[in-house]
Ligand binder design. Structure first.
Ligand SMILES: C[S@@+](CC[C@H](N)C(=O)[O-])C[C@H]1O[C@@H](n2cnc3c(N)ncnc32)[C@H](O)[C@@H]1O
Length: 479
């Protein structure tokens, strides 16, 4: 348990904390604001998701969310039209006077929205405002992409229903909150917020998790053509294999024969090559890939290996069926790393290894004009290209202990051929730039990318980005 600033944040079930949350709401809603008792309770509290901040073990701030399946009568009562997918209501935000002004409830609100978007992938959010008391809030929520949908009742009792729905608005809503949790995490008083995925899975409510909706997403393939990408990946694979050789040798892999699953295996070249490396020789290897074109390419290029259709959230593999799971350049493309960790925990045998390789954009070094365009790209990318900094904390929640961590700086340094140092590879300037070429494909960034590119090639500057390898061992205790 991570406690900072004397505050601990937890998801709590109503069965465990309902009375205390009601007590807190009464102290604020009834005693301070003079509201009636009927506004203290919510009809769905028993099934609600309650994110609470605790000081010395006592709840000092809480926020609740309520999940509605299509057809729920409450939606009709709010005159909300039928849509596919779940609707989430956010409400009952409450904080003790002693803890107001320190942005605790704003921070937990951002964390709640972020985690709900990642774990549940809702199609709509709504919230209720009391028209007579909350006029100012209507503008505040409008700035967060909510539109005033409908008003129910009249006079002092009138309530306004504000919603945010539609792919674009929901994406922006998510990105705003992800950004503010990142800023909060980097700020002076970060809160450590545990995983909603873990809370739901452990509480027997895993059916709420959006595995099906997420399993059809592939943010990586949204913006490339196979003809351009396969040669790029193959070239990158050669460099990475050379970088990885000493990392693989320093990892305590179980002896062959053992079973390895590579998630997000792509065109198969890297898996085929790495399975020939010393520590993995003699392993049974299999690749899982969700993109049909890449899967077909892997199957036809490497008929001697086994490839199947599946995503990081639903691999299709049996429980405890692998000794090693690898994910090379995959985590940064995932909307919900926690759901992937849950699936990895399921398919690995206790004591098995999870081997992750990825870039971490937080380690970028280089001119400001390039940094700015990379940050702008990261802000709008649905995956988290800075995830590796936070992965050890997240993975721990799923029973993964970090046992090895390596990092190699890829540095564009004007050399004709790659030069390998112990924790650094110097590569040609153009080669280094090609690793950032994905930025130019993001809509709206074309001009800024061109400006950064011109600067990079017109000056003597260097750029660097770390490639991280993190090796985890799954606890033998499954809890
Ligand atoms: C940068 S490529 C890396 C491919 C390969 N691992 C390698 O190192 O060459 C990212 C891969 O992740 C896959 N991917 C994207 N979303 C995924 C998801 N949700 N589950 C599993 N794989 C995913 C893509 O289809 C693509 O094959």
């Amino acid at each position: 348990m991570d406690v900072r600033n004397g505050l601990e944040v937890r998801w709590l079930s109503w069965a465990d904390a309902g009375e205390e949350i009601l007590d807190l709401r009464r102290r604020v809603f009834t005693d301070e604001l003079g509201w009636q008792e009927d506004r203290v309770r919510h009809g769905r509290d028993a099934d609600g998701l309650h994110l609470c901040a605790l000081s010395n073990g006592k709840i000092v701030a809480a926020l609740s969310a309520y999940v509605y399946e299509p057809g729920a009568p409450e939606l009709a009562a709010m005159r909300l039209p039928e849509i596919q997918g779940v609707t989430v209501e956010i409400g009952k935000r409450v904080g003790l006077a002693t803890h107001r002004g320190n942005l605790i409830s704003a921070q937990i609100a951002s964390w709640m929205v972020r985690q709900i978007c990642e774990a549940l992938r809702p199609s709509r959010f709504f919230l209720i405002v009391r028209v007579s008391e909350h006029r100012h809030l209507i503008d505040t929520y409008a700035r967060h992409g909510f539109t005033y949908h409908t008003e129910v009742g009249s006079g002092d009792d009138a309530i306004g229903v504000m919603t945010t729905t539609g792919k674009k608005a929901l994406e922006e809503f998510y990105l705003i909150h992800r950004e503010s949790t990142r800023e909060g995490a980097a700020g002076p008083s970060p809160l450590s917020v545990p995983s909603l995925v873990r809370f739901l899975a452990d509480g027997g409510r895993g059916s709420l998790l959006a595995v099906d909706r997420l399993a059809t997403e592939n943010h990586y393939t949204e913006s490339f053509t196979l003809q351009a990408e396969v040669p790029r990946l193959t070239a990158q694979g050669k460099l990475i294999l050379a970088e990885q050789r000493p990392r693989l040798a320093a990892t305590p892999f179980p002896p062959a024969p053992a079973s390895l699953l590579d998630i997000g295996t792509g065109p198969g070249d890297y898996l085929a090559a790495v399975s020939e490396e010393g520590p993995l020789k003699g392993y049974r290897v299999r690749g899982v890939e969700p993109a049909p074109q890449l899967l077909a390419r892997a199957r036809s290029a490497f008929p001697e290996h086994d490839f199947s259709d599946g995503s990081a959230y639903a691999t299709g593999e049996a429980e405890s069926s692998h000794d090693v799971v690898t994910a090379n350049f995959v985590f940064i493309h995932l909307r919900s790393p926690d759901l992937a960790l849950l699936e990895m925990r399921r398919i690995l045998r206790p004591g098995g290894l999870l081997y992750v390789v990825d870039v971490n954009d937080a380690t970028f070094s280089g001119p400001e004009v390039v940094r700015r365009v990379l940050r702008a790209y990261d802000r709008d990318y649905p995956g988290d290209r800075q995830l590796l900094g936070d992965l050890p904390r997240r993975a721990r929640e799923f029973g993964f202990e970090l046992v090895r961590r390596f990092s190699t700086t890829l540095r564009g340094a004007g050399v004709p051929e790659p030069v390998f140092g112990p924790d650094e590879i110097r590569i040609g300037k153009a080669h280094a730039w090609s690793l950032l070429s994905f930025i130019g494909s993001q809509r709206g960034l074309e001009e800024a990318f061109e400006e950064a590119e011109n600067h990079y090639f017109a000056t003597e500057c260097e750029i660097g980005l770390d490639l991280e390898t993190q090796v985890y061992r799954l606890s033998t205790d499954r809890r």
